[in-house]
Design a protein around this ligand. Structure first.
Ligand SMILES: Cc1cc2nc3c(=O)[nH]c(=O)nc-3n(C[C@H](O)[C@H](O)[C@H](O)COP(=O)(O)O)c2cc1C
Length: 212
């Protein structure tokens, strides 16, 4: 069975600039024999995390929306890309709520859906805020033991419309290199697994609040 990457579009526009960038990543993954799906988080209100901790028992979020749809799908995917437009110099409010709840639910519920699966962030802006947004979203992967895949520049495209993004030739190349690098990483993981190299045993979590 082919390996699969799930690309999440965190823009309120189903087929806008972020989608255009993600599609370029997907096309280069497909060229390397990796299957892809693009999930749009939609343009309806997505609640932030209400810290109810119900996910500890449920391994899902208490709000049954796009977050649970994603969590139900995630186990079947080998890698993840999250795309966001830059809103006020940071990630969109919706993708922030979405990723807060996705990763908190998995972490607290002990889901292990993401353990050592590669991930990347793609940002889309008219002009500025791309690197701050990229830094912001990479933090989820740093905590979730998800190797961050790099490209030949920080993963951004520029433009206010898909047509403008298509003129950002360097940005599109960065997307293609990202897809190729993720495909290469996935192939390495597959080869390692065939050779009997296993994912490290997980230690029970040590959880301190600095005071003791
Ligand atoms: C609420 C809001 C805030 C924005 N803030 C920024 C910004 O800080 N920097 C920027 O370059 N573009 C900003 N933009 C423009 C979008 O980032 C840009 O048009 C993006 O490419 C749209 O991607 P999309 O079509 O996938 O939604 C903003 C747009 C909106 C709606």
């Amino acid at each position: 069975m082919n390996m699969k990457v799930l690309l999440t579009n965190g823009s309120p526009h189903k087929e806008g600039c972020t989608y255009t960038a993600l599609s370029e990543v997907a096309a280069s993954l497909n060229k390397q024999g990796i299957d892809t799906d693009i999930l749009w988080i939609g343009n309806k209100a997505l609640s932030g995390c209400i810290a109810c901790k119900k996910c500890v028992e449920k391994n899902q979020c208490v709000f049954d929306d796009k977050v649970n749809e994603f969590l139900n799908m995630a186990e079947d995917y080998d890698g993840f890309v999250f795309g966001t437009p830059v809103h006020w110099g940071g990630a969109s409010g919706s993708i922030t709520s979405f990723m807060d709840r996705v990763f908190y639910a998995d972490l607290c519920g002990g889901g292990n859906r993401f353990l050592l699966k590669p991930a990347a962030v793609v940002t889309s802006a008219r002009r500025a805020g791309t690197t701050a947004t990229w830094d912001q979203l990479n933090k989820y992967f740093g905590l979730m033991q998800m190797p961050i895949i790099a490209s030949r520049y920080w993963n951004m495209v520029h433009g206010a419309t898909p047509e403008q993004v298509k003129q950002d030739l360097e940005g599109l190349q960065v997307m293609r290199v990202l897809g190729n690098n993720m495909a290469y990483f996935l192939r390495c993981k597959e080869a390692a697994e065939k050779m009997g190299i296993e994912i490290p045993e997980q230690e029970p979590m040590v959880f301190t609040n600095f005071i003791r």
